[in-house]
Design a protein around this ligand. Structure first.
Ligand code: ZN
Length: 71
């Protein structure tokens, strides 16, 4: 049995500009290196997620597929 799973559980620290180990508190998580509050995702990943949710790219293709299967 391994206890190394914490090493894979990292979050993005804007202060360190990278993924770091963090300390979890009930309301937030903090960088183990500098104590800054950490985020689940880096700003770059956040942008990707927002684009995926908005779905402004590839949306027409998606509708076409649905129309074909419906008709
Ligand atoms: Zn940090």
């Amino acid at each position: 049995m391994t206890l190394s799973f914490f090493d894979e559980d990292k979050r993005f620290c804007p202060e360190c500009a990278g993924y770091v180990r963090f300390l979890q508190s009930p309301s937030a998580a903090y960088c183990a290196e500098c104590g800054n509050e950490v985020m689940l995702f880096s700003p770059a990943e956040m942008k990707n997620l927002r684009r995926d949710i908005k779905g402004d790219s590839g949306d027409s293709e998606y509708r076409q597929i649905h129309r074909e299967s419906a008709g």
